[in-house]
Write a protein that binds this ligand. Structure first.
Ligand code: C5P
Length: 415
């Protein structure tokens, strides 16, 4: 099987950050010594950079250096000691097109999660309306600590983008994962975000479904599943980058959703079925990433069921298979891509579904410690009828989404 091609290799010639306003938050950590270089690269990419340091960052890098390279006074205090002027965090937050916290140490990370705001960087983060990136940096054992990993996960589920730590020698003398991503890689992540859509899917309308469905048992209880909806939402983001028109039919998901697309919120599988049937006719492609409940309660109770008995039975009936229905009735120009999540015999089940549901491609999720439901990462194998399967590495779901669209292009599944 092939391996996924690395995404986001730094390409110096890209100047996608041109005229973008970037807030660089620098927290305390040895990696702060790399931030003047980061500022320099951002400026070279065409960005305006405003640096905000935490007080402890100043043990590792000076305000003077950062002010000189950014060509703006780097900030640390709420008030300018000389002029008495207030460095207004709300204004700073609104000014920016993007905010990057690099290095993001464990202390700042946990305060970002809990909403503490005892310095200018944190208050600005809470006020920022722009997308936010973090480039964590800490020693390898700290980085692997469950609290750090949970905090990284929480921020990502709130829509913060992670520029993952890299492996190599650490300040402690140990070697492993924890180094702040190289400044070039951080700039590349921003460049990718600001990249002008490549328009490869311009003129195409794509229906995406995502998230779980909730099947009511009574007015307060339901049958659901652990899907967060993130994979489908990242597919929408990647489609927007490629210039597609996107219609998202979204089950109950708490994640932030992309702007400027049509979103139809549904709760049950039947509602999702109706919404997809209603909109697929106007679409060229359907990407069905939702975790649709296979069954629903035959007769949901109108009143809350009382616990009067030691046991109870629920009568379940099968939900329609949205993907199967649409793919079997699709027109010649339409394409349907399904997802498959299996715990065993995954490949043979995926191939069987590809045939039975008349799909153009199927994306098999590999369920693992660091991928699948409720994870910000995924690893997939993509199958079509005519191509050798393609296996990805464990990557962020946003990278997997880009990879999937690239593969559908390369293989002429979607033309
Ligand atoms: O057959 P299975 O549920 O494993 O297939 C998964 C694929 O089928 C996913 O793409 C999912 O969105 C879709 N599906 C559906 N309607 C259902 C069940 C699954 O569209 N009732």
């Amino acid at each position: 099987m092939q391996t996924a091609k690395p995404i986001g290799e730094f390409r110096m010639h890209r100047i996608m950050c041109k005229n973008k306003r970037i807030l660089l938050g620098v927290s305390g950590g040895i990696a702060a010594y790399k931030t003047p270089e980061l500022v320099r690269l951002l400026k070279k990419s065409g960005a305006e950079v405003q640096v905000i340091c935490t007080p402890s960052a100043l043990q590792f890098v000076t305000l003077k250096t950062l002010s000189v390279v950014s060509e703006r006074p780097a900030l640390v205090d709420f008030f300018d000691a000389d002029s008495g002027m207030w460095n207004h965090h709300v204004e700073l937050g609104l000014w920016a097109d993007a905010m990057v916290v690099a290095p993001c140490g464990s202390n700042t990370l946990s305060k970002m999660v809990s909403g503490q705001c005892d310095n200018l960087l944190l208050t600005t983060y809470l006020s920022a309306r722009c997308p936010v990136w973090i480039a964590p940096a800490m020693d390898l054992d700290m980085y692997q600590h469950p609290s750090v990993q949970e905090h990284l996960q929480t921020l990502q589920l709130r829509g913060v983008h992670l520029i993952d730590a890299e492996e190599g020698p650490l300040a402690s003398g140990l070697e492993g994962k924890g180094r702040m991503a190289e400044p070039a890689h951080i700039v590349d992540a921003l460049n990718t975000h600001f990249e002008v859509p490549d328009n490869a899917w311009k003129g195409k309308t794509v229906l995406v479904n995502a998230g779980p469905t909730y099947e009511p048992i009574d007015p307060v209880r339901f049958i659901g599943n652990r899907s967060s909806g993130l994979m489908g939402i990242e597919i929408c983001n990647a489609l927007i980058q490629k210039g597609a028109e996107v219609i998202l039919v979204l089950g109950p998901s708490h994640l932030p959703v992309p702007e400027n697309i049509k979103i139809i919120r549904v709760e049950t599988a039947l509602e999702m079925f109706d919404a997809c049937c209603q909109h697929f006719g106007q679409c060229d492609v359907g990407i069905f990433a939702a975790a649709v409940s296979d069954y629903r309660v035959a007769q949901a109770s109108q009143e809350k069921i009382k616990k009067n008995h030691d046991s109870m039975q629920l009568d379940l009936i099968k939900n329609p298979d949205i993907l199967s229905h649409l793919s079997q009735t699709k027109k010649a120009h339409q394409r349907c891509i399904g997802f498959a999540l299996e715990t065993h015999n995954a490949e043979s089940f995926a191939l069987e579904k590809l045939q039975r549901k008349n799909l153009d491609a199927i994306v098999m999720n590999t369920v693992g410690e660091n991928s699948g439901f409720q994870s910000t990462q995924n690893s997939v194998v993509i199958f079509t009828k005519n191509q050798a399967p393609f296996a990805s590495n464990v990557q962020s779901k946003s990278d997997i989404a880009v990879l999937l669209l690239e593969k559908l292009d390369d293989w002429h599944v979607v033309e």
